[in-house]
Design a protein around this ligand. Structure first.
Ligand SMILES: Nc1ncnc2c1ncn2[C@@H]1O[C@H](COP(=O)(O)OP(=O)(O)OP(=O)(O)O)[C@@H](O)[C@H]1O
Length: 328
């Protein structure tokens, strides 16, 4: 049922506690994202779960095996793509795959077929004989993903899989990740500080900050922690017209100092058609509509009072805004 079970996991570096007693479970076949800012403890957690670091205390079961008591068993069943490149730059893509396959005991025709299948999967087959030092960052990341899949792991760990990559390459990598889940029923544990990445890919998200999980759930569940969706209206004569906007689906209604009307609703996409109908019935003239649904950024802000920094140009303010000009 569960691919990963973590209970009260603590990791200290000397006096400093990087991971402060986290607990979570990842279901088999799901994409689980660890979302948090730099230094939150994401990489440390991945390193413990992949047996590269010993936990200070607590328990972690990965693919049915205890990471401390049975590290070899865990390693056979997982694939890892590290944040920092770990390919041999002097070797070709094919040679990197070949050596990695041999380490996992693959050989002969089986290994050759697997390499071909995987290099085709990440669209690098035609570059197979090129030394990795001539690969772009995106090509290297794709090769690392292919390499991590060579022994058909049950669980794939991806530490910041698209950090520093251009939008097109990010989209490609997201596609590979979805295919691995859908066609190979693989469990994927990824860390990211990109909110759009967590939102686009993950079935469930744990938000981690200062070594603690501060919230966990689907992206929709997390957004509900923030509260309402908000609709802003520009009306022709807001003072008088505002009085007419009364209905069960409207949780709150207020005239703002800038002249706009703010309406709180549970779900903006469901409320908007009802609002237009109500306006028409009462002869209220809507000149402009904008709405704001809470984003994961709002969730992080709500929980911590800070924003997840996003220096590499992802969508730190991924506001979902619709502007519609309505003139009658
Ligand atoms: N080997 C180490 N010795 C001492 N402190 C460390 C070590 N590795 C990490 N840390 C500290 O532990 C904290 C968590 O680091 P970690 O790398 O796990 O965070 P992260 O969320 O993965 O962030 P990033 O994406 O920047 O790596 C940070 O404050 C970091 O400085």
């Amino acid at each position: 049922m569960y691919a990963i079970e973590v209970e009260n996991l603590v990791k200290k570096y000397g006096d400093f506690t990087a991971v402060k007693g986290i607990s979570f479970k990842v279901k088999k076949g799901e994409i689980f994202a660890f979302l948090g800012p730099n230094g939150a403890g994401k990489t440390t957690t991945v390193h413990v779960l992949t047996t590269l670091l010993k936990p200070t205390s607590g328990k972690a079961i990965v693919a049915g095996h205890d990471v401390v008591k049975e590290p070899q068993e865990v390693r056979k069943k997982i694939g890892i793509v590290f944040q920092d490149p770990s390919l041999d730059r002097e070797l070709t893509a094919y040679e990197n795959m070949y050596i990695h396959g041999m380490i996992y005991g693959l050989k002969g025709r089986e290994l050759k077929e697997k390499i071909e299948e995987l290099l085709k999967f990440v669209e690098l087959w035609r570059f197979k004989d090129r030394p990795v030092k001539y690969f772009s960052g995106g090509m290297q990341r794709r090769l690392e993903i292919a390499r991590a899949l060579i022994h058909e792991p049950e669980i794939l760990f991806l530490d910041e899989p698209t950090i520093g990559l251009d939008p097109q390459t990010r989209a490609h990598i997201w596609e590979y990740i979805r295919t691995m889940k859908e066609e190979h029923e693989m469990t994927i544990f990824l860390t990211t500080h990109y909110m759009d990445e967590a939102e686009q890919l993950a079935d469930r998200i744990a938000i981690i900050d200062h070594g603690k999980i501060i919230a966990e759930g689907t992206s929709e569940e997390l957004k509900k922690l923030v509260g309402n969706d908000i609709i802003y209206l520009k009306l022709e004569s807001p003072k008088e017209e505002l009085k007419c906007l009364k209905a069960d689906f409207i949780r709150g209604c207020k005239l703002l100092p800038d002249g706009r009307v703010r309406i709180d609703v549970e779900n903006a996409t469901e409320a908007l058609p009802k609002l237009f109908e109500l306006a028409q019935k009462n002869n209220v003239k809507i000149l402009e509509v904008t709405y704001h649904r809470p984003t994961l950024n709002d969730v992080f802000l709500h929980l911590t009072g800070r924003e997840i920094r996003d220096e590499e140009g992802g969508e730190s303010f991924a506001r979902v805004v619709m502007r519609a000009r309505m003139r009658r």
